[in-house]
Design a protein around this ligand. Structure first.
Ligand code: F6R
Length: 610
Protein backbone atom coordinates (compact mmCIF):
# COMPACT_ATOMS: atom_id res chain seq x y z
CA UNK A 1 0.00 0.00 0.00
CA UNK A 2 0.99 3.64 -0.32
CA UNK A 3 3.69 5.06 1.93
CA UNK A 4 4.43 8.61 3.08
CA UNK A 5 7.70 10.14 4.31
CA UNK A 6 8.39 13.79 5.03
CA UNK A 7 11.04 15.92 6.71
CA UNK A 8 11.53 19.50 7.89
CA UNK A 9 15.17 20.01 8.76
CA UNK A 10 18.17 22.30 8.76
CA UNK A 11 20.06 19.83 6.59
CA UNK A 12 19.38 18.51 3.10
CA UNK A 13 16.46 16.03 3.22
CA UNK A 14 16.75 14.21 -0.13
CA UNK A 15 18.76 11.30 1.31
CA UNK A 16 16.46 10.99 4.34
CA UNK A 17 13.39 10.84 2.13
CA UNK A 18 14.92 8.30 -0.26
CA UNK A 19 15.99 6.02 2.58
CA UNK A 20 12.52 6.37 4.10
CA UNK A 21 10.95 5.30 0.80
CA UNK A 22 13.29 2.31 0.57
CA UNK A 23 12.17 1.27 4.02
CA UNK A 24 8.54 1.46 2.92
CA UNK A 25 9.10 -0.71 -0.16
CA UNK A 26 7.91 -3.78 1.72
CA UNK A 27 4.38 -2.37 1.78
CA UNK A 28 4.02 -2.89 -1.98
CA UNK A 29 3.83 -0.04 -4.50
CA UNK A 30 4.06 0.70 -8.20
CA UNK A 31 5.63 4.18 -8.40
CA UNK A 32 7.54 6.61 -6.22
CA UNK A 33 8.10 10.33 -6.03
CA UNK A 34 9.46 13.24 -4.03
CA UNK A 35 8.93 17.01 -3.81
CA UNK A 36 11.48 19.25 -2.09
CA UNK A 37 11.35 22.96 -1.43
CA UNK A 38 14.77 24.29 -2.44
CA UNK A 39 16.73 27.28 -1.15
CA UNK A 40 15.57 29.22 -4.24
CA UNK A 41 11.97 29.06 -2.96
CA UNK A 42 10.90 26.68 -5.75
CA UNK A 43 9.48 23.16 -5.37
CA UNK A 44 11.32 20.53 -7.40
CA UNK A 45 9.55 17.26 -8.00
CA UNK A 46 10.71 13.87 -9.30
CA UNK A 47 8.44 10.89 -9.98
CA UNK A 48 9.11 7.49 -11.49
CA UNK A 49 7.11 4.34 -12.22
CA UNK A 50 8.60 1.19 -10.68
CA UNK A 51 11.04 0.83 -7.84
CA UNK A 52 12.51 3.48 -5.54
CA UNK A 53 15.86 2.62 -7.17
CA UNK A 54 14.54 4.14 -10.42
CA UNK A 55 13.64 7.37 -8.61
CA UNK A 56 17.03 7.35 -6.94
CA UNK A 57 18.79 7.13 -10.34
CA UNK A 58 16.85 10.13 -11.60
CA UNK A 59 17.83 12.07 -8.48
CA UNK A 60 21.48 11.29 -9.07
CA UNK A 61 21.20 13.02 -12.47
CA UNK A 62 19.00 15.86 -11.22
CA UNK A 63 19.16 16.20 -7.44
CA UNK A 64 16.26 17.60 -5.39
CA UNK A 65 18.15 19.54 -2.74
CA UNK A 66 16.36 21.39 0.03
CA UNK A 67 15.50 21.28 3.72
CA UNK A 68 11.74 20.57 3.53
CA UNK A 69 10.29 17.70 1.55
CA UNK A 70 7.63 15.05 1.15
CA UNK A 71 7.86 11.71 -0.63
CA UNK A 72 5.59 8.81 -1.47
CA UNK A 73 5.30 5.26 -2.73
CA UNK A 74 2.02 4.78 -4.60
CA UNK A 75 -0.09 1.66 -4.91
CA UNK A 76 -2.61 2.45 -7.62
CA UNK A 77 -6.28 2.80 -6.71
CA UNK A 78 -7.58 5.64 -8.93
CA UNK A 79 -5.84 5.51 -12.30
CA UNK A 80 -3.16 3.14 -13.56
CA UNK A 81 0.45 3.14 -12.33
CA UNK A 82 2.06 5.95 -14.34
CA UNK A 83 4.37 8.90 -13.84
CA UNK A 84 1.48 11.35 -14.12
CA UNK A 85 -0.51 9.52 -11.46
CA UNK A 86 2.46 9.15 -9.10
CA UNK A 87 2.67 11.41 -6.02
CA UNK A 88 3.49 14.10 -4.99
CA UNK A 89 0.69 15.93 -6.79
CA UNK A 90 0.84 19.65 -7.25
CA UNK A 91 -1.53 22.52 -7.66
CA UNK A 92 0.28 24.97 -9.91
CA UNK A 93 3.94 25.01 -8.98
CA UNK A 94 3.60 26.24 -5.37
CA UNK A 95 1.74 23.46 -3.52
CA UNK A 96 2.70 19.76 -3.25
CA UNK A 97 0.85 16.98 -1.52
CA UNK A 98 1.19 13.26 -0.78
CA UNK A 99 -1.80 11.19 0.23
CA UNK A 100 -2.57 7.70 1.50
CA UNK A 101 -6.13 6.37 1.42
CA UNK A 102 -9.14 7.04 -0.77
CA UNK A 103 -11.29 10.14 -1.30
CA UNK A 104 -14.77 8.82 -1.99
CA UNK A 105 -16.32 12.09 -3.24
CA UNK A 106 -13.41 12.98 -5.50
CA UNK A 107 -15.45 12.97 -8.71
CA UNK A 108 -17.91 15.54 -7.44
CA UNK A 109 -15.07 17.77 -6.13
CA UNK A 110 -13.20 17.36 -9.39
CA UNK A 111 -16.19 18.67 -11.34
CA UNK A 112 -16.50 21.69 -9.01
CA UNK A 113 -12.78 22.48 -9.21
CA UNK A 114 -12.82 22.19 -12.98
CA UNK A 115 -15.63 24.73 -12.93
CA UNK A 116 -13.34 26.99 -10.87
CA UNK A 117 -10.68 26.76 -13.57
CA UNK A 118 -8.31 24.17 -12.08
CA UNK A 119 -6.67 21.86 -14.61
CA UNK A 120 -6.05 18.20 -13.89
CA UNK A 121 -3.03 16.28 -15.10
CA UNK A 122 -3.77 12.92 -13.45
CA UNK A 123 -6.64 10.50 -12.88
CA UNK A 124 -6.09 10.43 -9.11
CA UNK A 125 -8.30 11.43 -6.22
CA UNK A 126 -5.21 13.06 -4.66
CA UNK A 127 -4.86 15.80 -7.24
CA UNK A 128 -8.39 16.90 -6.32
CA UNK A 129 -7.20 17.48 -2.75
CA UNK A 130 -4.19 19.48 -3.97
CA UNK A 131 -6.41 21.88 -5.92
CA UNK A 132 -8.99 22.08 -3.14
CA UNK A 133 -6.31 23.14 -0.64
CA UNK A 134 -4.87 25.63 -3.12
CA UNK A 135 -8.34 27.10 -3.64
CA UNK A 136 -8.64 27.73 0.11
CA UNK A 137 -5.04 28.95 0.32
CA UNK A 138 -5.92 31.69 -2.14
CA UNK A 139 -8.64 32.97 0.19
CA UNK A 140 -6.99 32.37 3.57
CA UNK A 141 -3.30 32.87 2.73
CA UNK A 142 -2.63 30.28 5.45
CA UNK A 143 -1.70 26.68 4.66
CA UNK A 144 -2.94 25.21 7.93
CA UNK A 145 -6.36 26.88 7.58
CA UNK A 146 -6.54 25.91 3.92
CA UNK A 147 -5.92 22.24 4.74
CA UNK A 148 -8.43 22.39 7.58
CA UNK A 149 -11.15 23.80 5.34
CA UNK A 150 -10.37 21.43 2.51
CA UNK A 151 -10.51 18.27 4.60
CA UNK A 152 -13.88 19.26 6.01
CA UNK A 153 -15.17 18.64 2.48
CA UNK A 154 -13.52 15.23 2.02
CA UNK A 155 -15.26 11.91 2.47
CA UNK A 156 -13.16 8.77 2.78
CA UNK A 157 -9.95 7.75 4.45
CA UNK A 158 -6.77 9.75 4.22
CA UNK A 159 -3.44 10.74 5.61
CA UNK A 160 -2.05 13.89 3.98
CA UNK A 161 1.19 15.82 4.04
CA UNK A 162 1.26 19.21 2.32
CA UNK A 163 3.92 21.81 1.66
CA UNK A 164 3.61 25.23 0.08
CA UNK A 165 6.40 27.32 -1.43
CA UNK A 166 4.87 30.50 0.04
CA UNK A 167 5.25 29.06 3.57
CA UNK A 168 8.74 27.54 3.70
CA UNK A 169 10.12 25.37 6.50
CA UNK A 170 6.99 23.57 7.51
CA UNK A 171 4.68 20.76 6.50
CA UNK A 172 1.00 20.43 7.42
CA UNK A 173 -0.30 16.92 7.97
CA UNK A 174 -3.57 15.30 8.94
CA UNK A 175 -4.92 11.87 9.62
CA UNK A 176 -8.41 10.52 9.05
CA UNK A 177 -8.58 6.76 8.62
CA UNK A 178 -4.98 6.18 7.43
CA UNK A 179 -2.01 5.96 9.80
CA UNK A 180 0.48 8.79 10.23
CA UNK A 181 3.30 9.11 12.72
CA UNK A 182 5.53 12.06 13.59
CA UNK A 183 9.21 11.34 14.13
CA UNK A 184 10.69 13.67 16.73
CA UNK A 185 14.23 14.86 16.05
CA UNK A 186 16.59 17.55 17.35
CA UNK A 187 16.40 20.64 15.20
CA UNK A 188 14.39 18.61 12.70
CA UNK A 189 11.15 16.65 12.62
CA UNK A 190 9.70 14.00 10.35
CA UNK A 191 6.50 12.32 9.31
CA UNK A 192 5.76 8.88 7.91
CA UNK A 193 2.97 6.39 7.44
CA UNK A 194 5.09 3.80 9.28
CA UNK A 195 7.73 4.52 11.92
CA UNK A 196 10.03 2.00 10.24
CA UNK A 197 10.70 4.59 7.52
CA UNK A 198 12.26 6.97 10.03
CA UNK A 199 14.42 4.66 12.13
CA UNK A 200 17.71 5.91 10.66
CA UNK A 201 16.88 9.45 11.87
CA UNK A 202 14.95 9.00 15.12
CA UNK A 203 13.56 6.48 17.58
CA UNK A 204 11.01 8.88 19.15
CA UNK A 205 7.51 8.95 17.75
CA UNK A 206 4.13 10.61 18.24
CA UNK A 207 1.15 8.79 16.80
CA UNK A 208 -1.60 11.01 15.46
CA UNK A 209 -5.14 10.15 16.48
CA UNK A 210 -8.07 10.04 14.07
CA UNK A 211 -9.03 13.60 13.09
CA UNK A 212 -5.71 15.13 14.21
CA UNK A 213 -3.97 17.85 12.22
CA UNK A 214 -0.39 18.94 12.84
CA UNK A 215 2.00 21.68 11.87
CA UNK A 216 5.56 20.36 11.70
CA UNK A 217 8.55 22.67 11.78
CA UNK A 218 12.25 22.18 12.57
CA UNK A 219 11.81 23.14 16.23
CA UNK A 220 8.12 22.65 16.89
CA UNK A 221 5.31 20.16 16.49
CA UNK A 222 1.83 21.52 17.09
CA UNK A 223 -1.17 19.20 17.04
CA UNK A 224 -4.90 19.95 17.05
CA UNK A 225 -7.65 17.39 17.48
CA UNK A 226 -10.80 16.98 15.40
CA UNK A 227 -12.55 19.75 17.40
CA UNK A 228 -9.65 22.11 16.74
CA UNK A 229 -8.35 21.98 20.32
CA UNK A 230 -4.56 22.03 20.73
CA UNK A 231 -3.49 18.60 22.06
CA UNK A 232 -0.30 16.86 23.15
CA UNK A 233 0.37 13.35 21.87
CA UNK A 234 2.65 11.14 23.93
CA UNK A 235 6.19 10.56 22.65
CA UNK A 236 7.03 6.84 22.59
CA UNK A 237 10.35 5.17 21.89
CA UNK A 238 10.63 2.54 19.20
CA UNK A 239 11.26 -0.81 20.86
CA UNK A 240 12.45 -3.15 18.13
CA UNK A 241 16.11 -3.26 17.28
CA UNK A 242 17.06 -1.41 14.12
CA UNK A 243 18.67 -4.51 12.67
CA UNK A 244 15.23 -6.02 12.19
CA UNK A 245 14.85 -3.93 9.06
CA UNK A 246 18.08 -5.32 7.58
CA UNK A 247 18.36 -8.44 5.41
CA UNK A 248 21.72 -9.32 6.97
CA UNK A 249 23.26 -12.47 5.52
CA UNK A 250 19.97 -13.65 4.01
CA UNK A 251 19.06 -13.49 0.37
CA UNK A 252 15.51 -12.37 1.10
CA UNK A 253 13.66 -10.82 4.02
CA UNK A 254 11.22 -13.72 3.89
CA UNK A 255 13.98 -16.25 4.53
CA UNK A 256 15.41 -14.13 7.32
CA UNK A 257 11.99 -13.89 8.89
CA UNK A 258 11.39 -17.62 8.61
CA UNK A 259 14.68 -18.17 10.46
CA UNK A 260 13.83 -15.61 13.15
CA UNK A 261 10.87 -17.68 14.31
CA UNK A 262 12.49 -19.58 17.22
CA UNK A 263 13.61 -16.25 18.70
CA UNK A 264 10.41 -14.30 18.16
CA UNK A 265 8.18 -17.12 19.41
CA UNK A 266 10.35 -17.15 22.53
CA UNK A 267 10.06 -13.37 22.80
CA UNK A 268 6.26 -13.57 22.48
CA UNK A 269 6.15 -15.96 25.46
CA UNK A 270 8.64 -13.99 27.55
CA UNK A 271 7.19 -12.57 30.75
CA UNK A 272 3.91 -14.31 30.05
CA UNK A 273 4.57 -17.86 31.28
CA UNK A 274 6.17 -19.49 34.29
CA UNK A 275 7.37 -23.08 34.11
CA UNK A 276 3.80 -24.31 34.55
CA UNK A 277 1.37 -21.41 34.17
CA UNK A 278 0.30 -18.61 31.87
CA UNK A 279 0.44 -15.27 33.70
CA UNK A 280 -2.88 -13.75 32.84
CA UNK A 281 -1.91 -10.31 34.20
CA UNK A 282 0.60 -10.25 31.35
CA UNK A 283 -2.40 -10.15 29.00
CA UNK A 284 -3.59 -6.91 30.65
CA UNK A 285 -4.28 -5.76 34.21
CA UNK A 286 -8.02 -6.44 34.02
CA UNK A 287 -7.67 -9.57 31.91
CA UNK A 288 -8.72 -11.96 34.71
CA UNK A 289 -12.04 -10.23 35.31
CA UNK A 290 -12.78 -10.09 31.60
CA UNK A 291 -11.85 -13.71 30.90
CA UNK A 292 -14.08 -14.85 33.74
CA UNK A 293 -17.09 -13.26 32.05
CA UNK A 294 -16.55 -14.47 28.48
CA UNK A 295 -19.07 -16.99 27.09
CA UNK A 296 -18.35 -16.75 23.37
CA UNK A 297 -15.49 -15.55 21.19
CA UNK A 298 -15.84 -13.86 17.78
CA UNK A 299 -12.58 -13.71 15.85
CA UNK A 300 -12.09 -11.31 12.93
CA UNK A 301 -9.04 -11.00 10.67
CA UNK A 302 -7.85 -11.11 7.05
CA UNK A 303 -5.52 -13.39 5.09
CA UNK A 304 -2.82 -15.11 7.10
CA UNK A 305 -4.13 -13.57 10.33
CA UNK A 306 -7.51 -15.15 9.53
CA UNK A 307 -5.82 -18.54 9.29
CA UNK A 308 -4.33 -17.95 12.76
CA UNK A 309 -7.88 -17.26 13.95
CA UNK A 310 -9.09 -20.51 12.39
CA UNK A 311 -6.46 -22.49 14.33
CA UNK A 312 -7.46 -20.65 17.51
CA UNK A 313 -11.07 -21.74 17.09
CA UNK A 314 -10.00 -25.39 17.43
CA UNK A 315 -8.00 -24.52 20.54
CA UNK A 316 -10.67 -22.36 22.19
CA UNK A 317 -13.46 -24.89 21.73
CA UNK A 318 -11.20 -27.81 22.70
CA UNK A 319 -9.44 -26.33 25.73
CA UNK A 320 -11.86 -23.68 27.03
CA UNK A 321 -15.07 -25.35 25.85
CA UNK A 322 -16.36 -21.94 24.73
CA UNK A 323 -18.06 -21.47 21.36
CA UNK A 324 -15.90 -19.53 18.92
CA UNK A 325 -16.73 -18.13 15.47
CA UNK A 326 -14.17 -16.91 12.96
CA UNK A 327 -14.86 -14.68 9.99
CA UNK A 328 -12.89 -12.64 7.49
CA UNK A 329 -13.28 -8.94 8.28
CA UNK A 330 -14.43 -7.94 4.79
CA UNK A 331 -17.46 -10.24 5.15
CA UNK A 332 -18.16 -9.54 8.79
CA UNK A 333 -18.38 -5.79 8.30
CA UNK A 334 -21.13 -5.99 5.69
CA UNK A 335 -23.71 -8.22 7.31
CA UNK A 336 -26.05 -8.27 10.27
CA UNK A 337 -24.97 -10.19 13.35
CA UNK A 338 -26.57 -12.06 16.15
CA UNK A 339 -24.35 -11.30 19.12
CA UNK A 340 -24.53 -13.70 22.04
CA UNK A 341 -24.26 -12.06 25.47
CA UNK A 342 -20.71 -11.80 26.83
CA UNK A 343 -18.99 -12.30 23.51
CA UNK A 344 -15.38 -11.23 23.27
CA UNK A 345 -14.46 -9.59 19.96
CA UNK A 346 -10.93 -10.65 19.00
CA UNK A 347 -9.10 -8.99 16.11
CA UNK A 348 -5.87 -10.43 14.77
CA UNK A 349 -3.60 -8.30 12.60
CA UNK A 350 0.12 -8.09 12.00
CA UNK A 351 0.05 -4.44 10.92
CA UNK A 352 -2.86 -3.20 13.01
CA UNK A 353 -3.78 -0.99 10.05
CA UNK A 354 -5.76 -3.36 7.80
CA UNK A 355 -8.75 -1.31 6.69
CA UNK A 356 -11.32 -4.14 6.81
CA UNK A 357 -10.19 -5.33 10.24
CA UNK A 358 -10.30 -1.80 11.64
CA UNK A 359 -13.74 -1.19 10.17
CA UNK A 360 -14.99 -4.44 11.73
CA UNK A 361 -13.55 -3.40 15.11
CA UNK A 362 -15.19 0.02 14.92
CA UNK A 363 -18.54 -1.59 14.14
CA UNK A 364 -18.12 -4.14 16.88
CA UNK A 365 -17.49 -1.43 19.43
CA UNK A 366 -20.94 -0.03 18.72
CA UNK A 367 -22.63 -3.42 18.44
CA UNK A 368 -22.67 -4.69 22.01
CA UNK A 369 -19.69 -7.02 22.33
CA UNK A 370 -18.37 -7.50 25.85
CA UNK A 371 -14.91 -6.13 24.95
CA UNK A 372 -12.42 -5.93 22.09
CA UNK A 373 -9.09 -7.72 22.30
CA UNK A 374 -6.39 -7.20 19.67
CA UNK A 375 -3.51 -9.50 18.83
CA UNK A 376 -1.14 -7.29 16.94
CA UNK A 377 2.52 -6.83 16.03
CA UNK A 378 2.81 -3.07 15.63
CA UNK A 379 2.87 -0.95 18.77
CA UNK A 380 0.97 2.29 18.37
CA UNK A 381 -1.04 0.99 15.40
CA UNK A 382 -4.71 1.98 15.09
CA UNK A 383 -5.88 -1.49 16.15
CA UNK A 384 -3.78 -1.37 19.30
CA UNK A 385 -4.98 2.10 20.20
CA UNK A 386 -8.64 1.36 19.61
CA UNK A 387 -8.93 -2.01 21.40
CA UNK A 388 -9.78 -2.49 25.08
CA UNK A 389 -7.14 -5.14 25.59
CA UNK A 390 -4.03 -5.93 23.57
CA UNK A 391 -1.64 -8.85 23.34
CA UNK A 392 1.41 -7.72 21.40
CA UNK A 393 3.22 -10.33 19.37
CA UNK A 394 6.96 -9.77 19.43
CA UNK A 395 7.78 -10.65 15.83
CA UNK A 396 9.60 -7.36 15.17
CA UNK A 397 9.13 -5.61 11.82
CA UNK A 398 7.96 -8.04 9.15
CA UNK A 399 9.22 -6.78 5.81
CA UNK A 400 8.50 -9.67 3.43
CA UNK A 401 5.01 -9.19 2.04
CA UNK A 402 4.23 -12.87 2.63
CA UNK A 403 3.61 -13.18 6.33
CA UNK A 404 5.66 -15.83 8.17
CA UNK A 405 6.91 -14.94 11.64
CA UNK A 406 3.82 -12.82 12.27
CA UNK A 407 1.67 -15.95 11.82
CA UNK A 408 3.58 -18.19 14.22
CA UNK A 409 3.81 -15.46 16.86
CA UNK A 410 0.08 -14.81 16.47
CA UNK A 411 -0.50 -18.51 17.09
CA UNK A 412 1.76 -18.38 20.15
CA UNK A 413 -0.15 -15.39 21.54
CA UNK A 414 -3.48 -17.04 20.74
CA UNK A 415 -2.46 -20.19 22.58
CA UNK A 416 -1.42 -18.14 25.62
CA UNK A 417 -4.79 -16.41 25.50
CA UNK A 418 -6.65 -19.72 25.09
CA UNK A 419 -4.93 -21.27 28.10
CA UNK A 420 -5.74 -18.21 30.23
CA UNK A 421 -9.37 -18.36 29.07
CA UNK A 422 -9.53 -22.12 29.62
CA UNK A 423 -8.33 -21.71 33.21
CA UNK A 424 -11.58 -19.86 33.92
CA UNK A 425 -13.45 -22.69 32.29
CA UNK A 426 -12.27 -25.83 34.02
CA UNK A 427 -8.75 -26.38 32.66
CA UNK A 428 -6.90 -28.37 35.34
CA UNK A 429 -3.54 -27.28 36.74
CA UNK A 430 -1.92 -30.46 35.37
CA UNK A 431 -3.26 -29.89 31.87
CA UNK A 432 -2.15 -26.23 32.00
CA UNK A 433 1.34 -27.31 33.06
CA UNK A 434 1.43 -29.83 30.18
CA UNK A 435 0.40 -27.15 27.67
CA UNK A 436 2.91 -24.64 29.00
CA UNK A 437 5.65 -27.27 28.70
CA UNK A 438 4.57 -27.80 25.09
CA UNK A 439 4.70 -24.05 24.49
CA UNK A 440 8.15 -23.72 26.02
CA UNK A 441 9.44 -26.51 23.79
CA UNK A 442 8.37 -24.60 20.67
CA UNK A 443 11.54 -22.57 19.93
CA UNK A 444 13.64 -25.77 19.91
CA UNK A 445 11.11 -27.65 17.80
CA UNK A 446 10.84 -24.83 15.28
CA UNK A 447 14.64 -24.82 15.10
CA UNK A 448 14.56 -28.55 14.36
CA UNK A 449 11.95 -28.03 11.62
CA UNK A 450 14.21 -25.35 10.08
CA UNK A 451 16.92 -27.99 9.77
CA UNK A 452 14.83 -29.49 6.95
CA UNK A 453 15.62 -26.43 4.83
CA UNK A 454 18.05 -28.11 2.45
CA UNK A 455 15.94 -31.21 1.97
CA UNK A 456 12.89 -29.04 1.25
CA UNK A 457 14.91 -26.96 -1.22
CA UNK A 458 15.64 -30.19 -3.15
CA UNK A 459 12.01 -31.24 -3.03
CA UNK A 460 10.86 -27.89 -4.36
CA UNK A 461 12.06 -28.60 -7.91
CA UNK A 462 9.08 -30.98 -8.26
CA UNK A 463 6.81 -27.90 -8.23
CA UNK A 464 8.74 -25.86 -10.79
CA UNK A 465 6.72 -26.78 -13.86
CA UNK A 466 3.39 -27.32 -12.10
CA UNK A 467 0.46 -24.97 -12.49
CA UNK A 468 -1.70 -26.29 -9.68
CA UNK A 469 -1.32 -27.90 -6.27
CA UNK A 470 -3.47 -29.15 -3.45
CA UNK A 471 -2.83 -28.84 0.29
CA UNK A 472 -4.53 -31.15 2.78
CA UNK A 473 -4.87 -31.19 6.55
CA UNK A 474 -7.39 -32.24 9.16
CA UNK A 475 -8.50 -30.59 12.39
CA UNK A 476 -6.32 -27.66 13.47
CA UNK A 477 -3.91 -28.65 10.70
CA UNK A 478 -6.50 -27.72 8.06
CA UNK A 479 -5.90 -23.96 8.56
CA UNK A 480 -2.18 -24.73 8.37
CA UNK A 481 -2.83 -26.30 4.95
CA UNK A 482 -4.75 -23.14 3.99
CA UNK A 483 -1.79 -21.01 5.09
CA UNK A 484 0.64 -23.25 3.15
CA UNK A 485 -1.46 -22.85 0.00
CA UNK A 486 -1.70 -19.08 0.47
CA UNK A 487 2.09 -18.81 0.80
CA UNK A 488 2.69 -20.85 -2.35
CA UNK A 489 0.25 -18.89 -4.48
CA UNK A 490 1.40 -15.49 -3.16
CA UNK A 491 5.06 -15.84 -3.96
CA UNK A 492 5.38 -18.56 -6.62
CA UNK A 493 2.13 -17.72 -8.47
CA UNK A 494 1.25 -21.43 -8.61
CA UNK A 495 -2.44 -22.01 -8.08
CA UNK A 496 -2.80 -23.73 -4.71
CA UNK A 497 -5.96 -24.86 -2.99
CA UNK A 498 -6.35 -26.22 0.50
CA UNK A 499 -9.00 -28.64 1.67
CA UNK A 500 -9.83 -30.47 4.85
CA UNK A 501 -8.66 -33.93 3.73
CA UNK A 502 -12.08 -35.47 4.43
CA UNK A 503 -13.62 -33.21 1.76
CA UNK A 504 -11.48 -34.65 -1.05
CA UNK A 505 -14.02 -37.17 -2.18
CA UNK A 506 -16.75 -34.53 -2.27
CA UNK A 507 -15.24 -32.87 -5.32
CA UNK A 508 -11.56 -31.95 -5.49
CA UNK A 509 -10.48 -35.56 -6.04
CA UNK A 510 -11.63 -35.04 -9.64
CA UNK A 511 -8.61 -32.75 -10.11
CA UNK A 512 -6.03 -35.21 -8.89
CA UNK A 513 -3.63 -36.68 -11.45
CA UNK A 514 0.15 -36.83 -11.92
CA UNK A 515 0.21 -33.07 -12.69
CA UNK A 516 -1.28 -32.13 -9.32
CA UNK A 517 1.21 -32.32 -6.43
CA UNK A 518 -0.59 -32.90 -3.14
CA UNK A 519 1.03 -31.51 0.03
CA UNK A 520 -0.08 -32.84 3.41
CA UNK A 521 0.67 -32.06 7.03
CA UNK A 522 0.30 -35.29 8.99
CA UNK A 523 1.43 -35.25 12.62
CA UNK A 524 0.66 -38.28 14.71
CA UNK A 525 -2.68 -37.24 16.23
CA UNK A 526 -6.11 -38.77 16.62
CA UNK A 527 -7.02 -37.93 13.02
CA UNK A 528 -3.95 -39.57 11.48
CA UNK A 529 -5.64 -42.85 10.49
CA UNK A 530 -8.44 -40.93 8.76
CA UNK A 531 -5.87 -38.78 6.98
CA UNK A 532 -3.97 -41.86 5.79
CA UNK A 533 -7.14 -43.16 4.08
CA UNK A 534 -7.47 -39.78 2.32
CA UNK A 535 -3.86 -40.07 1.15
CA UNK A 536 -4.63 -43.53 -0.28
CA UNK A 537 -7.43 -41.91 -2.29
CA UNK A 538 -4.84 -39.55 -3.81
CA UNK A 539 -2.32 -42.35 -4.55
CA UNK A 540 -4.98 -44.43 -6.23
CA UNK A 541 -5.51 -41.55 -8.73
CA UNK A 542 -1.80 -41.20 -9.53
CA UNK A 543 -1.34 -38.01 -7.47
CA UNK A 544 2.19 -37.30 -6.19
CA UNK A 545 2.24 -36.84 -2.42
CA UNK A 546 4.50 -34.59 -0.34
CA UNK A 547 3.91 -35.46 3.28
CA UNK A 548 5.27 -33.72 6.39
CA UNK A 549 4.96 -36.14 9.29
CA UNK A 550 6.71 -37.21 12.46
CA UNK A 551 8.52 -40.49 13.16
CA UNK A 552 5.47 -41.82 14.96
CA UNK A 553 3.15 -41.23 12.04
CA UNK A 554 4.40 -44.46 10.45
CA UNK A 555 4.50 -43.06 6.94
CA UNK A 556 7.40 -43.92 4.65
CA UNK A 557 8.62 -42.64 1.30
CA UNK A 558 7.92 -44.81 -1.75
CA UNK A 559 7.58 -44.05 -5.47
CA UNK A 560 5.18 -41.12 -5.75
CA UNK A 561 5.21 -40.46 -2.00
CA UNK A 562 7.82 -38.14 -0.45
CA UNK A 563 7.77 -38.17 3.33
CA UNK A 564 9.76 -35.55 5.27
CA UNK A 565 10.10 -36.22 8.95
CA UNK A 566 9.90 -33.50 11.54
CA UNK A 567 10.29 -34.10 15.29
CA UNK A 568 7.26 -35.36 17.23
CA UNK A 569 5.43 -32.46 18.89
CA UNK A 570 2.48 -32.02 21.24
CA UNK A 571 -0.79 -32.16 19.22
CA UNK A 572 -1.81 -28.69 20.46
CA UNK A 573 1.37 -26.96 19.26
CA UNK A 574 1.64 -29.01 16.04
CA UNK A 575 -0.02 -26.26 13.90
CA UNK A 576 2.86 -23.91 14.78
CA UNK A 577 5.67 -26.37 14.01
CA UNK A 578 4.07 -27.78 10.83
CA UNK A 579 3.78 -24.27 9.40
CA UNK A 580 7.58 -24.04 9.06
CA UNK A 581 8.14 -26.65 6.32
CA UNK A 582 5.29 -25.18 4.28
CA UNK A 583 6.86 -21.71 4.49
CA UNK A 584 10.21 -23.14 3.38
CA UNK A 585 8.59 -25.04 0.52
CA UNK A 586 6.88 -21.96 -0.91
CA UNK A 587 10.06 -19.93 -0.44
CA UNK A 588 12.24 -22.38 -2.38
CA UNK A 589 9.70 -22.87 -5.16
CA UNK A 590 9.53 -19.07 -5.58
CA UNK A 591 13.32 -18.76 -5.62
CA UNK A 592 13.53 -21.47 -8.30
CA UNK A 593 10.86 -19.71 -10.34
CA UNK A 594 12.72 -16.41 -9.98
CA UNK A 595 9.80 -14.38 -8.69
CA UNK A 596 10.12 -11.28 -6.51
CA UNK A 597 9.94 -13.16 -3.21
CA UNK A 598 9.74 -10.18 -0.86
CA UNK A 599 7.46 -8.05 -2.98
CA UNK A 600 5.21 -10.37 -4.98
CA UNK A 601 3.25 -8.83 -7.83
CA UNK A 602 -0.06 -7.07 -7.11
CA UNK A 603 0.28 -7.45 -3.34
CA UNK A 604 0.84 -4.95 -0.55
CA UNK A 605 2.13 -5.53 2.94
CA UNK A 606 -0.32 -3.36 4.75
CA UNK A 607 -3.78 -3.24 3.17
CA UNK A 608 -4.97 0.14 4.37
CA UNK A 609 -7.70 0.53 1.76
CA UNK A 610 -10.83 -1.51 1.40
C1 F6R B 1 -0.34 -13.11 3.52
C2 F6R B 1 -0.51 -11.81 4.14
C3 F6R B 1 -1.85 -11.20 4.15
C4 F6R B 1 -2.13 -10.54 5.52
C5 F6R B 1 -3.46 -9.79 5.49
C6 F6R B 1 -3.80 -9.21 6.84
O1 F6R B 1 0.98 -13.54 3.55
O2 F6R B 1 0.44 -11.24 4.63
O3 F6R B 1 -2.84 -12.13 3.85
O4 F6R B 1 -2.13 -11.54 6.49
O5 F6R B 1 -3.39 -8.76 4.54
O6 F6R B 1 -2.84 -8.32 7.28
P1 F6R B 1 -2.71 -7.93 8.79
O7 F6R B 1 -2.34 -9.15 9.57
O8 F6R B 1 -1.65 -6.88 8.83
O9 F6R B 1 -4.06 -7.41 9.21
Amino acid sequence: MCGIVGAVSERDVQGILLEGLRRLEYRGYDSAGMAVLGGNGEISRAREVGKVAALSEVLVQTPNHGTTGIAHTRWATHGQPSKLNAHPHMSGDRLAIVHNGIIENYQELRDQLRGDGFEFTSQTDTEVVAHLIERYFRTTGDLFKAVQQAISELRGAFALAVLHADEPDHVVVCREGSPLVIGVGIGENFIASDQLALLPVTDRFMFLEEGDMADIRTNSIKIWDRDNHPVERKVTRFEHSMDSADKGEYRHYMLKEIYEQPRVIQATMEGRVTSSKVLEQALGTDAGQLLESIRHVQIIACGTSYHAGMVARYWIEDLAGIPCSVEVASEFRYRKHVIQPDTLFLCISQSGETADTLAALRQAKKAGFRAALAICNVPGSSLVRESDLVIMTQAGPEIGVASTKAFTTQLTALLLFTIALARHNGLSEEREAELVTALRALPGQVEAALALDEAIAELSSAFMDKNHSLFLGRGALFPVALEGALKLKEISYIHAEAYPAGELKHGPLALVDSEMPVVTVAPNNDLLEKLKSNLEEVRARGGELFVFADGESDLASEPGVHVMQIPAVHPITAPIVYTIPLQLLSYHVAVLKGTDVDQPRNLAKSVTVE
